[in-house]
Design a protein around this ligand. Sequence first.
Ligand SMILES: [Zn+2]
Length: 62
Amino acid sequence: MAQTKIIVTEREDETPICPYCEKELAEVYTRSKGLGWLEGKNAICFCPHCKKVLGFGQSRMM
Ligand SMILES: [Zn+2]
């Protein structure tokens, strides 16, 4: 099975858009403590505009 090569291009001039409120994400908020159900290395990242959660990750990666 041939492996598909993914090209990763770094674009510092492109701003990601929040899929919920469609505002530009010049920054993303992350939170790893204080919500009770978040423990250890887990963190959530969320939109600073609508506060909707964009994804989960490990806090050491963010
Ligand atoms: Zn948003």
